[in-house]
Design a protein around this ligand. Structure first.
Ligand SMILES: Cc1cc2nc3c(=O)[nH]c(=O)nc-3n(C[C@H](O)[C@H](O)[C@H](O)COP(=O)(O)OP(=O)(O)OC[C@H]3O[C@@H](n4cnc5c(N)ncnc54)[C@H](O)[C@@H]3O)c2cc1C
Length: 425
């Protein structure tokens, strides 16, 4: 084939990229393309995204290639560029959300209309969604443990090195949109280069301690690789293959695959209950606002919510406590919370955000849908000295030890901090 376009989306890397490798093998010229959605550029994730793109462009240029960047509708822009360069086909990494699947469908239709080939490739997950089916029937696994068993035994595709050479056409206008980009993230820099360094350090020094430290809220001892997995700066397959002995860590990567295969089978996961349980929610704007602002009067909940606001990231244990507090204690609809997380999380992606929210709400894949997490017990267990709470709640800075988890029990009032929205003890 003469020219093939590789449309990048959530796969912003050159290592272990099946679509890119196939294009380099199949075509004389390859056009790596990213089409910027203006909404994403302006969102919390915009600054990180632009760093990912700059890094991807550098990596491609070092291999003789380039990254074409356009602004607008990915389908229209891809077809326009394909016609401009007389390309023969478009290759993409398959994705799972309703939004991504509709983009893939439209692209396939437009390609057919313009007599362009169209192919999708794996790469976003370790085991492709839809590849594993329960023996009892059904098109996907609804429960995690049997999925984990099947997933652990499933064959892995061959991992691919980065292509040595990416031969772009001489007349390719690379382009870099002038639109509004969100500023960089204060703590994490985007891009495959940073991601690979972080992965290597994590695997060398920290993964061995993961099982013991994963719930240590103040210690912050998880990998923080989620934003890099979200944008595909890292291949999850490569991460798994290098994480030898990191059993508990690999189990978390399986959760990621699990939610992807659920979303693949149920793309409405961000809107509709996966399992309808006839729950009725309180339409309580006051409670929802207090929760978003980190002013519920429950310190562990408020610390998590303020971490989210300040850092665009939240520890997994805090995500569980804050989400459960909203749906199980305040009885506010999971969609309200999920939308807020979606807006603010640097790693926010459809399968993991909405899949986890539904799990917590009891409308998703939890086998114990009525489970209620007690935030105070969790606080005492996972933040025993109150260090995490004091880090994010300056009002409680002077309260020592675990008394910080129940400020309403203190003999003198804590100024500027509210009493709990709901009774907890
Ligand atoms: C209500 C709620 C919303 C969430 N929203 C998101 C989201 O939008 N995006 C996101 O990536 N994760 C989400 N998670 C899952 C989890 O909290 C984050 O993946 C994790 O905190 C990221 O930090 P880390 O990279 O240090 O994780 P580590 O503990 O180091 O885990 C390694 C990787 O495993 C995966 N992983 C870990 N836990 C989960 C999980 N429960 N579900 C799926 N994958 C997991 C992630 O890719 C993570 O990067 C959510 C969890 C909850 C309870």
């Amino acid at each position: 084939m003469d020219t093939v376009i590789v449309l990048f989306n959530r796969d912003l890397r050159v290592h272990d990229h099946p679509a890119l490798t196939a294009a380099c093998a199949d075509a004389r010229r390859v056009v790596p393309l990213f089409v910027v959605d203006p909404e994403l550029a302006r969102s919390t994730r915009g600054g990180f995204l632009v760093e990912c793109l700059a890094d991807l462009r550098d990596s491609l240029r070092r291999r003789g290639g380039d990254l074409a960047v356009r602004w607008g509708d990915p389908v229209a822009e891809t077809v326009r560029l394909a016609r401009e360069l007389s390309a023969r086909a478009v290759y993409v990494s398959a994705d799972v959300s309703a939004f991504a699947r509709s983009r893939e469908r439209r692209l396939a239709e437009e390609c057919a209309r313009h007599r362009l080939g169209f192919r999708t490739f794996p790469g976003l997950t370790i085991v492709p969604p839809g590849a594993l089916r329960p023996s009892g029937g059904g098109d996907h696994y609804r429960v995690f443990t049997p999925y984990l068993r099947a997933w652990s035994r499933a064959e892995r595709r061959r991992m691919l090195p980065a292509p040595e050479w990416v031969p772009v056409p001489g007349n390719l206008r690379s382009g870099w949109p002038e639109g509004t980009w969100r500023a960089s993230h204060p703590l994490l820099t985007g891009g495959e280069t940073v991601a690979r360094k972080r992965m290597a350090q994590w695997l060398r020094w920290c993964v061995g301690d993961y099982a013991e430290g994963q719930d240590d809220l103040a210690g912050n001892r998880t990998s923080k690789l989620s934003p890099y997995l979200r944008f595909g700066c890292l291949s999850p397959l490569e991460l798994e293959s290098l994480a030898e002995g990191g059993g508990e860590f690999v189990r978390q990567l399986c959760w990621r695959d699990f939610h992807h295969q659920v979303t693949f089978a149920f793309p409405r996961i961000n809107r509709d209950d996966y399992r309808s349980r006839g729950l009725s929610w309180h339409d309580d704007e006051h409670a929802a606002q207090a929760w978003k602002a980190g002013m519920t009067g429950v310190p562990i909940v408020d610390a998590g919510m303020r971490q989210l606001r300040a850092e665009g990231w939240m520890h997994n244990r805090a995500r569980l406590i804050t989400s459960s507090f909203l749906v199980k204690w305040l009885k506010v609809d999971w969609r309200v919370g999920a939308e807020h997380f979606w807006k603010l999380l640097l790693d926010g992606d459809v399968p993991n955000n909405y899949g986890n929210w539904q799990w917590v709400a009891g409308t998703g894949n939890d086998t114990r849908p009525n489970r209620v997490i007690n935030p105070i017990r969790q606080a005492v267990r996972f933040d025993p000295d109150g260090e995490y709470v004091r880090r994010y709640l300056p009002e409680l800075e002077t309260v020592r030890g675990r008394a910080v988890h129940r400020p309403w029990r203190l003999p003198s009032a804590v100024h500027g901090y509210p009493g709990p929205l709901v009774p907890l003890d």
